[in-house]
Design a protein around this ligand. Structure first.
Ligand code: ADP
Ligand code: MG
Length: 293
């Protein structure tokens, strides 16, 4: 039988938007040592806006954005929404696509009447050996140093430009990180984004451990290797590509506002867009364990 103190604690947390999906989580959270935080949508608001556009030679910003928005038509990623919104804001007519593909942690691709459009990370562009990358790389480096995320776009493997996106930390992120550290927890930022934006976000949030350029499988490997070292690890994330890592962690915190898959994967759902819920849950867990013993 579930001890009554567990039920009471779960009820109190639920009223604060922290939903315990597995009763065991309420006990296991007391032992957490490390918390890995995803960046986009977890540490940040996950509502990025287009902050700058650098078309390749022979291309206009509108022509670049129009094709990029087409490639992003089906994606649930916050970056996809930002690109589509900007195209709509400029009144661009986005061509129809078919044969859409999404590579978690890399980007998207789709077929339109003009050819195959791909939008994604630098890693994706390099792996696919796009031509004409050099000209936009200086732009990308400058924007990334300022903390922006840069998406690269190609038509039939020829780079057509770069799109810089700005996102903001959630207003409570830095406070939550500080509170968790005061409880003795080690906080890491793990992200599929590049070193530049990852470092800027980590600095603003007061996080000193940063792992950038992490594919979903890398996040999973990191969790397993920490666990093999005997550490008790939590992961907080919001994307469907975070679902494997959320499931593998000793505690998976799924941020609402992200994708359904992440919510299903986690052990604890955070219905409010704040990491303070994790702090509340850890404290409640410690109290509960003390009361049971
Ligand atoms: P994070 O770990 O910060 O949540 P993701 O793992 O979702 O980031 O994505 C890592 C990188 O892959 C992004 O910074 C972006 O460059 C690229 N990417 C992922 N999904 C998309 C998409 N739908 N459109 C364009 N780029 C994408
Ligand atoms: Mg994510």
């Amino acid at each position: 039988a579930t001890p009554i103190s567990l039920v009471i604690a779960a009820g109190k947390l639920a009223r604060r938007g922290v939903v315990i999906k597995e009763a065991s989580a309420l006990e296991s959270m007391a032992k957490l040592q490390v918390i890995l935080l995803d960046k986009t949508g977890t540490l940040t608001e996950g509502k990025p806006c287009v902050a700058g556009i650098q078309p390749a030679e022979g291309w206009s910003a509108a022509a670049l954005l129009r094709l990029a928005a087409a490639a992003e038509a089906k994606s649930q990623h916050p970056y996809a929404a930002a690109v589509r919104d900007e195209a709509r804001r400029r009144g661009l007519v986005v061509p129809a696509t078919e044969d859409e593909v999404e590579w978690p942690g890399y980007g998207v691709s789709a077929e339109c009447p003009e050819g195959r459009i791909t939008v994604g990370s630098r890693l994706l562009a390099q792996q696919q050996h796009w031509s004409g990358l050099k000209r936009v790389m200086d732009y990308a480096a400058i924007r990334e140093m300022q903390g922006e995320t840069v998406l690269l776009a190609a038509l039939n493997d020829a780079c057509i430009g770069a799109i810089a996106l700005g996102d903001r930390l959630k207003p409570t992120s830095a406070q939550a990180v500080q509170a968790l550290r005061q409880e003795g927890l080690e906080i890491w930022l793990t992200t599929g984004d590049s070193v530049g934006p990852a470092t800027v976000a980590a600095r603003e949030a007061g996080i000193s451990r940063v792992e950038a350029g992490m594919l979903p499988a890398d996040k999973l490997r990191l969790i397993r290797s920490l666990q093999q070292q005997g550490r008790i690890v939590a992961m907080a994330g919001d994307g469907w590509n975070d679902a494997p890592a959320l499931a593998a962690a000793d505690t998976g915190f799924a941020m609402a506002g992200g994708t359904d898959a992440a919510l299903h994967a986690g052990h604890v759902a955070l219905l409010r867009p704040s990491l303070l819920g994790i702090h509340g849950a850890v404290l409640a867990s410690r109290l509960t364990v003390r009361n049971i013993k």
